[in-house]
Design a binder for this molecule. Sequence first.
Ligand code: SF4
Ligand code: SF4
Length: 60
Amino acid sequence: MSFVITSECIKCEVCVNVCPASAIIDGGEQFIITDSCIDCGECQISCPIDAIRGVKKNNI
Ligand code: SF4
Ligand code: SF4
């Protein structure tokens, strides 16, 4: 499982503060998850508006 932030993001910064890998950065219109992500899932759990989706890897 990897995680992506959708355009619903309101840039509240909650996920940035819980990420243990400092993998979430300001991408302009929304926050984005970088390659530093260790797939822990904490951001998805913490997002107040459910803007972070878990996606299966190698699902092409
Ligand atoms: S899954 Fe974990 S490491 Fe990856 S962006 Fe979310 S909180 Fe950070
Ligand atoms: S917690 Fe959710 S709404 Fe807040 S910055 Fe992160 S993805 Fe965006």
